[in-house]
Design a protein around this ligand. Structure first.
Ligand SMILES: Cc1cc2nc3c(=O)[nH]c(=O)nc-3n(C[C@H](O)[C@H](O)[C@H](O)COP(=O)(O)O)c2cc1C
Length: 191
């Protein structure tokens, strides 16, 4: 489908989407740092910046660790990505030497991932988040501290041909739609 907005918005919000077919092209360390830099500037509660990431580029050990934790249905396409990022947040903040729960950690990590996804698009890449992975296995293989929570694995790279995907996944390459604003937002109270 062709996406269109009901109210005028920056076109980046319509053109960003989550295909699965990756091109062979590698992502460089510098490009990965550009993606993470965009996430760096996300807003967060008390500017705590609770997001945490561990990443690998195709062919390195970090990439293999993250790919190994993906569900089979994700590994089949995301294993061809140029980069994989484990996206997490620290669930506590340290105040006056004591760790207290940060109720906004997941909210803030989500904002930061969104910034990364828009930066990827601006660089001619795409970023596809996945919740389908073995969180316990990934936490262990990446030596994740106990006070972090894993949210997603993000695959990044340049878009490739749908032919590289198993047949049942090719239809999903087309951008999908959204519920209208009125379905989830209302003036004066929840819809
Ligand atoms: C937290 C999260 C988890 C997701 N998990 C998966 C996943 O495990 N596998 C997958 O193929 N896509 C996954 N997706 C992608 C969504 O299906 C996709 O973002 C959604 O359909 C909207 O499509 P769009 O990103 O192309 O606009 C996930 C997205 C998010 C944000």
């Amino acid at each position: 489908m062709t996406r269109s907005a009901d109210h005028p918005i920056h076109p980046q919000f319509l053109t960003r989407h989550s295909p699965r077919a990756f091109a062979e092209a590698q992502v460089s360390d510098a490009q990965m740092l550009q993606l993470l830099e965009a996430a760096r500037w996300a807003p967060s509660a008390s500017n705590n910046q609770p997001w945490r990431a561990a990443y690998g580029l195709r062919g390195d050990a970090g990439f293999e660790k993250i790919a190994a934790a993906l569900n089979e249905g994700n590994r089949i396409w995301a294993g061809r990505a140029a980069g994989l990022i484990a996206w997490a947040s620290r669930s506590f903040v340290t105040r006056a030497g004591a760790d207290v729960p940060n109720a906004w950690a997941a909210f803030d990590a989500g904002t930061a991932w969104g910034f990364l996804a828009l930066q990827a698009q601006d660089m001619g890449l795409f970023a596809h988040a996945m919740g389908g992975f073995d969180a316990a296995a990934l936490a262990q293989s990446l030596d994740m501290p106990q006070d972090f929570q894993l949210h997603a694995v993000i695959a990044v790279g340049a878009q490739g041909s749908p032919e590289t995907l198993p047949e049942d996944k090719r239809a999903g390459e087309a951008p999908n739609g959204r519920n209208p604003v009125a379905a989830w937002a209302a003036k004066g109270g929840f819809a």
